[in-house]
Design a protein around this ligand. Sequence first.
Ligand SMILES: C[S@@+](CC[C@H](N)C(=O)[O-])C[C@H]1O[C@@H](n2cnc3c(N)ncnc32)[C@H](O)[C@@H]1O
Length: 257
Amino acid sequence: MNFAVKSASFFNSIAAGYDELLAADSWSRGAFYELVKERATPGSLVVDFGCGTGIDASWYASQGMDVVACDVSSGMLAQLEKRCEAEIARGQVTPFLGDYPSLLEMTLPRQARLVVSNFAVLSLIPDLRPTFAAFSNYLEPGGYVVVSILNPFYWKYLRGRWWWSSLLPSIKARCQRIQGLQHDTYRYFTSGVDAAAAPHFQRVGTAGVDIIIRPEEQRGDWSNPRTLRGKLEKSLWQAPVVRSLGQFMLLVYRKCE
Ligand SMILES: C[S@@+](CC[C@H](N)C(=O)[O-])C[C@H]1O[C@@H](n2cnc3c(N)ncnc32)[C@H](O)[C@@H]1O
């Protein structure tokens, strides 16, 4: 899986500075946590797919959840092991490092309630069908997947000529592929993710974030927005049309019984 090897190598190279890079994104992280909290309770097992440096894993553990935190990047997982040292010692966070195929075949201590994948991990994967098949295997009947992916229809992209010239092939593929030097990025249409998930899952939630807030507001507290833009975004994040315009799409799938 060349694409995952490339991603691992890229994230190894930025692992030490990753938290600093993402420090300004507590707003969208807070939105993601809201969707997680609605579906998992203390004691639930959560699989954090593409867990990175463990920012989320440590939060899930603080909420009483058990976490299997997996990633393809040894550098990112080493940061997680530092951050979550105490949680790992008491068995609440279990790190798993492996190549992409082995991440799809992990043996879990029990069936999970939730699979989460935050900050566009799935936007690094060219075919999501095996990914969702693995998620289905991890989950108990009625379990959930919560993902945050890059949105091809983020309104700021629509101002670029390149966006319009890539539109036709993207419509066919239900995904806009952006070729990069270090790795490619796949901005899936919601319908493209739905199709990959379809044999096992039904989408039950859709939201958007980073729609109208300014970069300096991204450090804001989702649970208590202080600016008018923040309040407006939070009140409209699940509204049809508006939710389709944010930088990130948040999608929730429920495993079919
Ligand atoms: C943008 S970071 C997000 C990390 C973390 N989820 C967060 O919220 O901060 C993307 C992560 O996905 C991991 N990753 C990349 N390709 C992957 C793949 N094919 N399978 C699993 N993880 C992958 C990277 O190593 C990196 O840690």
